[in-house]
Design a protein around this ligand. Structure first.
Ligand code: URA
Length: 189
Protein backbone atom coordinates (compact mmCIF):
# COMPACT_ATOMS: atom_id res chain seq x y z
CA UNK A 1 0.00 0.00 0.00
CA UNK A 2 1.39 3.42 -0.95
CA UNK A 3 0.56 6.58 0.91
CA UNK A 4 -2.94 8.00 0.77
CA UNK A 5 -3.96 11.45 -0.42
CA UNK A 6 -4.49 12.69 3.16
CA UNK A 7 -0.92 11.67 4.08
CA UNK A 8 0.33 13.54 1.05
CA UNK A 9 -1.70 16.62 2.01
CA UNK A 10 -0.17 16.48 5.51
CA UNK A 11 3.36 16.21 4.09
CA UNK A 12 2.79 19.16 1.77
CA UNK A 13 1.80 21.35 4.75
CA UNK A 14 5.25 20.90 6.32
CA UNK A 15 7.33 20.71 3.12
CA UNK A 16 10.66 22.59 3.05
CA UNK A 17 12.03 21.26 -0.26
CA UNK A 18 12.21 24.59 -2.10
CA UNK A 19 12.67 28.28 -1.28
CA UNK A 20 8.93 28.99 -1.40
CA UNK A 21 8.36 27.50 2.04
CA UNK A 22 10.28 30.34 3.70
CA UNK A 23 7.72 33.06 3.04
CA UNK A 24 4.51 31.07 3.16
CA UNK A 25 1.89 31.28 5.88
CA UNK A 26 0.21 28.06 4.72
CA UNK A 27 0.99 25.54 2.05
CA UNK A 28 -2.09 24.75 -0.06
CA UNK A 29 -2.18 21.00 -0.80
CA UNK A 30 -5.53 20.88 -2.59
CA UNK A 31 -9.17 20.32 -1.77
CA UNK A 32 -11.88 17.95 -2.87
CA UNK A 33 -12.88 14.29 -2.91
CA UNK A 34 -9.95 11.90 -3.13
CA UNK A 35 -11.77 9.95 -5.85
CA UNK A 36 -12.88 12.95 -7.92
CA UNK A 37 -13.54 12.33 -11.63
CA UNK A 38 -12.28 15.80 -12.49
CA UNK A 39 -9.16 17.56 -11.24
CA UNK A 40 -8.55 21.26 -11.74
CA UNK A 41 -4.95 22.43 -11.85
CA UNK A 42 -4.06 26.08 -11.26
CA UNK A 43 -0.72 27.83 -11.07
CA UNK A 44 0.15 28.68 -7.46
CA UNK A 45 -1.58 29.95 -4.33
CA UNK A 46 -2.13 33.71 -4.12
CA UNK A 47 -2.49 35.91 -1.05
CA UNK A 48 -5.89 34.64 0.11
CA UNK A 49 -4.96 31.02 -0.49
CA UNK A 50 -1.72 31.46 1.48
CA UNK A 51 -3.64 32.97 4.39
CA UNK A 52 -6.29 30.24 4.47
CA UNK A 53 -4.53 27.16 3.08
CA UNK A 54 -7.43 26.68 0.64
CA UNK A 55 -7.08 26.75 -3.21
CA UNK A 56 -8.89 29.37 -5.28
CA UNK A 57 -10.61 31.15 -2.38
CA UNK A 58 -10.08 34.74 -3.67
CA UNK A 59 -11.40 36.69 -6.65
CA UNK A 60 -10.20 34.14 -9.24
CA UNK A 61 -11.86 31.41 -7.17
CA UNK A 62 -15.19 33.20 -7.21
CA UNK A 63 -15.07 33.31 -11.00
CA UNK A 64 -13.93 29.68 -11.07
CA UNK A 65 -17.08 28.71 -9.14
CA UNK A 66 -19.16 30.45 -11.82
CA UNK A 67 -17.23 28.59 -14.55
CA UNK A 68 -17.73 25.25 -12.81
CA UNK A 69 -21.47 25.98 -12.81
CA UNK A 70 -21.34 26.48 -16.60
CA UNK A 71 -19.67 23.06 -16.92
CA UNK A 72 -22.40 21.51 -14.74
CA UNK A 73 -19.94 20.83 -11.91
CA UNK A 74 -20.03 21.74 -8.24
CA UNK A 75 -16.85 22.67 -6.40
CA UNK A 76 -17.52 19.89 -3.87
CA UNK A 77 -17.20 17.20 -6.54
CA UNK A 78 -13.88 18.25 -8.12
CA UNK A 79 -10.35 18.09 -6.73
CA UNK A 80 -8.67 21.49 -7.01
CA UNK A 81 -4.93 21.90 -6.65
CA UNK A 82 -2.01 23.91 -8.01
CA UNK A 83 1.24 23.26 -9.86
CA UNK A 84 3.18 24.52 -6.83
CA UNK A 85 1.68 24.39 -3.37
CA UNK A 86 3.25 27.52 -1.80
CA UNK A 87 2.73 31.16 -2.76
CA UNK A 88 5.59 32.70 -4.78
CA UNK A 89 6.66 36.13 -3.49
CA UNK A 90 4.60 39.02 -4.95
CA UNK A 91 2.63 36.40 -6.90
CA UNK A 92 5.44 35.98 -9.44
CA UNK A 93 5.18 32.94 -11.71
CA UNK A 94 6.71 29.82 -10.15
CA UNK A 95 10.25 29.12 -11.37
CA UNK A 96 11.18 25.97 -13.31
CA UNK A 97 13.09 24.41 -10.40
CA UNK A 98 10.19 25.06 -8.00
CA UNK A 99 7.76 23.45 -10.46
CA UNK A 100 10.07 20.48 -10.99
CA UNK A 101 10.50 19.80 -7.27
CA UNK A 102 6.85 20.32 -6.34
CA UNK A 103 5.28 18.39 -9.22
CA UNK A 104 7.84 15.58 -8.92
CA UNK A 105 7.24 15.21 -5.21
CA UNK A 106 3.52 15.98 -4.94
CA UNK A 107 1.43 16.57 -8.07
CA UNK A 108 2.48 13.30 -9.71
CA UNK A 109 1.49 11.41 -6.57
CA UNK A 110 -1.81 13.26 -6.28
CA UNK A 111 -2.64 12.35 -9.88
CA UNK A 112 -1.68 8.69 -9.35
CA UNK A 113 -3.77 8.43 -6.19
CA UNK A 114 -6.85 10.34 -7.33
CA UNK A 115 -6.72 9.01 -10.92
CA UNK A 116 -9.03 11.68 -12.38
CA UNK A 117 -10.71 10.87 -15.68
CA UNK A 118 -10.03 14.43 -16.79
CA UNK A 119 -7.69 17.21 -15.71
CA UNK A 120 -8.54 20.82 -16.51
CA UNK A 121 -5.30 22.79 -16.94
CA UNK A 122 -5.97 26.39 -15.93
CA UNK A 123 -3.45 28.49 -17.83
CA UNK A 124 0.02 28.29 -19.29
CA UNK A 125 1.92 27.13 -16.19
CA UNK A 126 -0.46 24.25 -15.46
CA UNK A 127 -0.40 23.20 -19.13
CA UNK A 128 3.40 23.27 -19.19
CA UNK A 129 3.64 21.24 -15.99
CA UNK A 130 1.39 18.50 -17.42
CA UNK A 131 2.62 18.47 -21.01
CA UNK A 132 6.30 19.02 -20.24
CA UNK A 133 6.54 21.86 -22.78
CA UNK A 134 5.29 25.38 -23.41
CA UNK A 135 2.20 25.66 -25.60
CA UNK A 136 0.45 28.79 -26.87
CA UNK A 137 -2.70 28.69 -24.76
CA UNK A 138 -4.43 31.12 -27.17
CA UNK A 139 -4.23 28.38 -29.85
CA UNK A 140 -5.04 25.41 -27.62
CA UNK A 141 -7.71 26.70 -25.21
CA UNK A 142 -10.99 24.78 -25.33
CA UNK A 143 -9.23 21.68 -26.66
CA UNK A 144 -8.59 18.22 -25.26
CA UNK A 145 -5.15 16.65 -25.44
CA UNK A 146 -3.68 13.39 -24.21
CA UNK A 147 -0.35 13.35 -22.40
CA UNK A 148 1.81 10.94 -20.45
CA UNK A 149 2.25 12.13 -16.87
CA UNK A 150 3.13 10.24 -13.71
CA UNK A 151 3.18 7.00 -15.72
CA UNK A 152 -0.43 7.48 -16.84
CA UNK A 153 -2.03 8.65 -20.07
CA UNK A 154 -4.07 11.67 -19.03
CA UNK A 155 -6.95 13.41 -20.76
CA UNK A 156 -6.31 17.11 -20.34
CA UNK A 157 -8.70 19.96 -21.16
CA UNK A 158 -6.81 23.20 -21.77
CA UNK A 159 -8.09 26.66 -20.92
CA UNK A 160 -7.01 30.05 -19.65
CA UNK A 161 -6.31 30.84 -16.03
CA UNK A 162 -9.45 32.35 -14.44
CA UNK A 163 -7.38 35.28 -13.05
CA UNK A 164 -6.67 36.33 -16.66
CA UNK A 165 -10.38 37.12 -16.98
CA UNK A 166 -10.17 39.65 -14.17
CA UNK A 167 -8.12 41.86 -16.54
CA UNK A 168 -10.03 41.40 -19.78
CA UNK A 169 -13.64 40.93 -20.88
CA UNK A 170 -12.58 38.94 -23.98
CA UNK A 171 -10.74 36.31 -21.95
CA UNK A 172 -13.69 36.18 -19.56
CA UNK A 173 -15.97 35.31 -22.47
CA UNK A 174 -13.53 32.75 -23.87
CA UNK A 175 -13.31 31.05 -20.49
CA UNK A 176 -17.09 30.83 -20.32
CA UNK A 177 -17.19 29.34 -23.82
CA UNK A 178 -14.47 26.83 -22.87
CA UNK A 179 -16.39 25.70 -19.79
CA UNK A 180 -19.53 25.29 -21.91
CA UNK A 181 -17.44 22.99 -24.15
CA UNK A 182 -16.21 21.20 -21.05
CA UNK A 183 -19.84 20.43 -20.16
CA UNK A 184 -20.12 18.61 -23.53
CA UNK A 185 -16.79 16.79 -23.05
CA UNK A 186 -17.89 15.55 -19.62
CA UNK A 187 -20.94 13.88 -21.18
CA UNK A 188 -18.61 11.70 -23.27
CA UNK A 189 -16.30 10.40 -20.54
N1 URA B 1 -4.50 31.22 -8.64
C1 URA B 1 -4.07 29.96 -8.73
O1 URA B 1 -3.45 29.56 -9.71
N2 URA B 1 -4.36 29.12 -7.74
C2 URA B 1 -5.04 29.47 -6.66
O2 URA B 1 -5.25 28.63 -5.79
C3 URA B 1 -5.49 30.81 -6.58
C4 URA B 1 -5.21 31.66 -7.58
Amino acid sequence: MGIATEDLERRIKTCTLCRLHRLRKNAVPGEGPHDARVMLLGEAPGRNEDLRGVPFCGAAGKFLDELLGIAGLRREEVYITNTVKCRPPQNRAPLDDEIKICTGKYLKKQVKLIKPELIVALGRIAAKALLGKEIPITAYHGKMVKARFAGLTLSIFLTYHPAAALYGAKTRLKLKEDFAKLAEVLKTI
